[in-house]
Design a protein around this ligand. Structure first.
Ligand SMILES: *[C@@H]1O[C@H](CO)[C@@H](O)[C@H](O)[C@H]1NC(C)=O
Ligand SMILES: *[C@@H]1O[C@H](CO)[C@@H](O)[C@H](O)[C@H]1NC(C)=O
Length: 292
């Protein structure tokens, strides 16, 4: 009974083309669906169809001089399809997850044949980022340890792991959701082992190697930065205070100089007066002796 069922299934599958070609493509790449025909025959028509509703993507009929590519109503294949004139093979350029699915090839002529392609598209993985966690007070309560964090943002169906050489130290996985992941690691400053943080899914991986000497100094640098900021602002404040004081002194000086100047002007103005009055007085005096 079971054997009968398996046989039935196999027959059905081969008829419906479930055993067609499976193709796995990385996002952004091209994929070519081959007709396995070296030259299209004069009386053959070739049809390429996509998806569950069998939307017509391309049509070749040498007899009717048809050689065309089309698009589905939502326009997802726009400027992405190329038809090979000789073989009738279809290329999808710059593929995205929207182009994943079933493609069907029908060759209609003296002989009728059909072929199905199952195209899967996988996303490019981001490169994991290793940073020092300066806010972490080392759990080993020793200052000879450096706390690090490896992180990736917006990922799904992946595993993030720390490796020491080839041996796995720790890992964290995310299934269907697209989230951010981070994984901590503590290393000794003097550690000479090679560490790497690896992000992977079933198809591909991305790794970042840890540079302890470079990364484990950033907190100290931040402290130094803070020191410089404090120093610079202190110097700035001092400069402002000094300028204000100088300004006050200057204004006082100028005021004094001004009053002195005014005095001078006053005296300068007064002198001619006294000089002018002098002759009068002299004249008076002069007159007096004259009268005398
Ligand atoms: C590939 O497709 C993506 C998404 O549609 C687009 O942003 C990108 O510009 C395309 N790249 C090229 C080289 O056409
Ligand atoms: C840094 O370490 C602190 C204390 O251990 C922890 O609470 C925090 O989540 C860590 N930061 C990151 C980005 O992992």
């Amino acid at each position: 009974m079971f054997h009968m069922f398996v046989l039935f299934c196999l027959c059905w599958w081969s008829l419906t083309g479930v055993f067609g070609e499976s193709m796995l493509v990385m996002e952004g790449y091209s994929v070519t669906l081959n007709t396995d025909v070296t030259e299209i025959r004069e009386d053959d028509d070739i049809l390429w169809k996509f998806g569950v509703d069998n939307s017509l993507l391309a049509e070749i009929s040498r007899e009717k001089q048809i050689f065309s590519t089309y698009d589905v109503p939502d326009g997802r294949f726009r400027d992405r399809l190329r038809l090979d004139h000789q073989t009738g093979s279809l290329t999808i350029k710059n593929i995205t997850s929207e182009h994943a699915g079933f493609y069907q090839l029908d060759i209609i002529g003296v002989k009728w044949s059909s072929k199905t392609f199952s195209v899967s598209v996988y996303a490019r993985l981001p490169v994991p980022n290793i940073t020092r966690n300066c806010s972490s007070s080392s759990s080993s309560s020793s200052s000879s340890y450096c706390s690090l964090v490896c992180s990736v943002v917006n990922v799904g169906h992946v595993t993030l792991s720390w490796y020491k050489g080839n041996s796995l130290l720790s890992s964290i996985s995310v299934s269907d959701l697209r989230i951010s992941l981070s994984l901590p690691l503590e290393v000794e400053y003097q550690d000479k082992n090679t560490y790497s943080c690896v992000l992977n899914n079933s198809f591909t991986n991305q790794a970042t190697h840890l540079d302890i000497t470079q990364l484990c100094h950033t907190c100290a640098d931040q402290g130094l930065h803070l020191f410089y900021i404090v120093l610079v602002s202190a110097a700035g404040s001092l400069l402002i205070v000094v300028s204000v004081v100088m300004c006050c002194i200057c204004r006082k000086c100028r005021k004094r100089a001004q009053t002195q100047e005014e005095d001078r002007i006053d005296s300068a103005l007064c002198k001619p007066k006294t000089e002018k009055t002098k002759p009068k007085i002299e004249a008076v005096y002069g007159n007096v002796p004259k009268k005398q």
